[in-house]
Design a protein around this ligand. Structure first.
Ligand SMILES: Cc1ncc(COP(=O)(O)O)c(C=O)c1O
Length: 392
């Protein structure tokens, strides 16, 4: 394979695992090192002003980050990738494309931090948000007016695993000339590629499945339109929420096993969902792989498998009992975040979704006795034993 075969465009022709391991990465031109070096430098030598090798200052460009961005783009079948110092940094950059008076249509069970940045930061800059249950895509059409500029969705949603029909919303946004952004964090690029289904921008909290080892906080945007890329790159460089080379290296390394990890997350997730479905302590379970999940058919159409994220509502448990159960796991760790190799349990009301007012979150089913499991890739027997003892 020569160098050219690994560029972002030719990487689009490769299959997923090959892209995960090779896209954006070439043997280091100075030493032949197979692994992309950590270019731990803030600045670059210029022979004379402007005479440089394409790198000037690491807020805007860094070779380790560039390799990662090309790899991220390839994973989402996109031409361009931009890495940010967090998922929220990536969201912030997208919202800065808007101007006062613009309106956004979005889901009503978003990640709490997305809800918070929309309502507590960008609403103050004159941007109006409509929070809707977008498992009915026609609600988008019903709420579009001449100020609407952008539709932002998550699917599966966090934490109630609703599925939003990406293709159906993509048709409406195209027709109405709106920017369509999909937060693909829960599915990962292994399970779902929103650009292929009509999205303009895919956003990821790279912190989760893509990084995969709970050791890096990072975000990303992937897209095809060059003018939009230039606008976003301007914001990325001007505002400066870009990740450093060490974090970029760690994520490049994590990505190399994304396909292997996702297979194991999905298989463990399936077995745990089936175990919990009829458990006497479980009142409700949210996992899109069940045939009686209200959007199972759409999940089957747009996802390659159903993932390792599961939420349960505990039967007859008040907040105290919910806390007791959440604290009694031994293999699962009670913690924020998701998507790492280790299993985590989260209480959204007091953790990830604490910034959403009670009435709002309860409308979306985020109740006090809901727990969210991020099923890791440990041995399934140990995970099942742990759940049995915690729920006993
Ligand atoms: C679905 C989703 N989107 C965005 C974010 C924000 O990403 P980060 O924590 O990397 O800033 C998160 C974090 O939990 C998330 O779960």
């Amino acid at each position: 394979m020569n160098y050219r075969l690994r560029t972002v465009l030719t990487a689009q022709l490769m299959k997923f695992a090959t892209k995960a391991i090779h896209a954006g990465q070439e043997p280091d031109p100075t030493t032949g090192a197979i692994m992309t070096p950590i270019y731990q430098t803030s600045t670059y030598w210029q022979k004379s002003p402007g005479d440089n090798k394409g790198y000037e200052y690491s807020r805007g460009t860094n070779p380790t980050r560039k390799a990662l961005e090309d790899c991220l783009a390839a994973l989402e079948n996109a031409k361009f990738g931009l890495a940010f110092s967090s998922g929220m940094g990536a969201t912030d950059a997208v919202m800065k494309l808007l101007a006062p008076g613009d309106e956004v249509i979005t889901g009503n069970d978003l990640y709490g931090g997305s809800y918070r940045i929309f309502t507590k930061i960008f609403a103050n800059y004159g941007i109006k948000f409509h929070f809707l249950d977008l498992s009915d895509p026609e609600l988008v059409r019903a709420h579009v007016n001449d100020k609407t500029k952008l539709v932002w969705i998550e699917t599966p949603t966090n934490p109630t695993m609703r599925i939003v029909d990406i293709e159906a919303i993509g048709k409406i946004t195209k027709e109405k000339n709106l920017l369509f952004v999909v937060d693909n964090t829960f599915a990962s690029p292994y399970l779902q590629n929103p650009i292929d289904l009509g999205a303009d921008i895919v956003m990821h909290s790279v912190t989760k499945y893509i990084g995969g080892h709970s050791d890096v906080v990072m975000g990303a945007l992937m897209l095809n339109d060059e003018d939009l890329y230039k606008k976003l790159w301007f914001i990325y460089n001007a505002c400066g929420a870009t990740p450093g080379p060490m974090d970029s290296f760690l994520v490049l390394r994590g990505i190399k096993t994304l396909h292997l990890r996702m297979k194991a997350h999905c298989e463990n997730g399936r077995q745990i969902a089936e175990f919990l479905k009829d458990h006497p302590k479980v009142e409700k379970i949210y996992w899109p792989g069940f045939t009686d999940h209200p959007n199972h058919d759409i999940a089957k159409k747009q996802m390659r498998d159903f993932g390792g994220m599961i939420s349960i509502v505990l039967k007859d448990a008040d907040l105290q009992e919910t806390f007791r159960i959440a604290s009694s796991f031994k293999v699962f760790s009670l913690a924020e975040s998701l998507g790492g190799v280790e299993s985590l349990i989260n209480h959204p009301v007091s953790m990830t979704h604490g910034s959403i007012p009670k009435a709002e979150r309860e409308k979306a089913g985020v109740v006090d006795n809901l727990l969210r499991l991020s099923v890791g890739v440990e041995d399934i027997e140990d995970l099942l034993e742990d759940i049995k003892q915690a729920l006993s």
